[in-house]
Write a protein that binds this ligand. Structure first.
Ligand SMILES: C[S@@+](CC[C@H](N)C(=O)[O-])C[C@H]1O[C@@H](n2cnc3c(N)ncnc32)[C@H](O)[C@@H]1O
Length: 277
């Protein structure tokens, strides 16, 4: 009981636990299925949306058809494969062994020459190598402020002069819709969070400065594990201010990475950034 109560303290903003959502093997299996199910938008967006995003990326990168692309948090390679088929030279990084194993198998099956690396993109340490970097499906806002600025710095270094970065974040509009709630549920035959039977205690909280926590504490016979999923939401202004401080030039701002624009009621904001020539 003491251990459980200990896990249930209200964390400080972006406080981490020992458990990483994307990498825990049982959860990673469920997430891979979610990535590959075009109807479930939990891990990747629908294939129709991804196809539209590829067209949008290609339009922005049209001048140099054989560009070197870096996809950060590439998952099972849904963007990498499509870009490789269009002729780009693609590197994908993800720390999910499951997703990278699947991505590599698919590349071999389809005869695609894609460099997949299983690793943490926070450790990116390359310079002057890529023309285009992608950080897609709101991963950026899942990072604490210090990690966001470190990642932007590392991406900046990895890009050639004039190189571009496309990233998306969740919007103020979505933050306003976020509901604070707490509940628990019982899963006698196992489920998303564990293969074994478990109880899940969920706590969704809003913090100051447009930050949310989606916390799930999973209690099984053997262990108690807490997963904290954080999100920083942005307005266009706050996003522009943050990325400009990292030295990027804003080249365009959209509702999403497929290039939709013009509605205030968008769940996301996408931004094209350039490393100054
Ligand atoms: C929301 S999914 C998006 C996947 C892909 N970009 C897409 O849109 O289909 C986030 C991905 O980023 C990966 N990821 C999260 N944090 C990471 C990190 N620090 N280093 C490497 N990969 C990471 C996860 O494993 C997951 O595959």
């Amino acid at each position: 009981m003491k251990r459980l109560l200990n896990q249930l303290h209200v964390p400080l903003q972006f406080e981490r636990t020992d458990h990483t959502f994307w990498q825990e093997p049982h959860i990673a299996d469920q997430l891979l299925e979610a990535h590959l199910n075009s109807d479930a938008e939990g891990a990747s967006r629908s294939f129709e949306f991804i196809d539209k995003s590829i067209d949008f990326i290609q339009l922005a990168a049209l001048q140099k058809p054989y560009q070197k692309v870096l996809d950060l948090g590439c998952g099972p390679g849904l963007y990498c494969e499509r870009l490789a088929k269009k002729g780009y030279t693609v590197t994908g990084i993800d720390f999910s062994e499951n997703s990278i194993r699947y991505a590599k198998e698919q590349a071999i099956k389809q005869g695609l020459d894609i460099e997949y690396r299983c690793g943490n993109y926070m450790d990116l340490n390359e310079s002057n190598r890529y023309d285009l970097a992608l950080l897609i499906y709101c991963d950026y806002g899942a990072l604490a402020p210090a990690d966001r600025s470190k990642l932007l710095f590392n991406i900046w270094n990895s890009l050639k002069n004039g190189g571009m970065l496309l990233l998306d974040v969740f919007s103020q509009y979505k933050f306003d819709q976020f509901k604070e709630e707490q509940y628990w549920s019982l899963h006698e035959n196992g489920g998303f969070w564990s293969r074994d039977s478990y109880a899940a205690i969920v706590r969704n909280l809003k913090y100051p400065n447009r930050v949310t926590l989606e916390q799930t504490t999973v209690v099984t016979e053997e262990k108690i594990a807490t997963y904290n999923i954080w999100h920083q939401f942005f307005t266009a202004e706050s996003l522009i201010e943050e990325v400009s401080a990292a030295g990027f030039i804003v080249k365009g701002i959209y509702n999403d990475v497929s290039g939709e624009a013009g509605t205030e009621e968008s769940q996301t904001i996408a931004i094209w950034l350039e490393k100054q020539k």
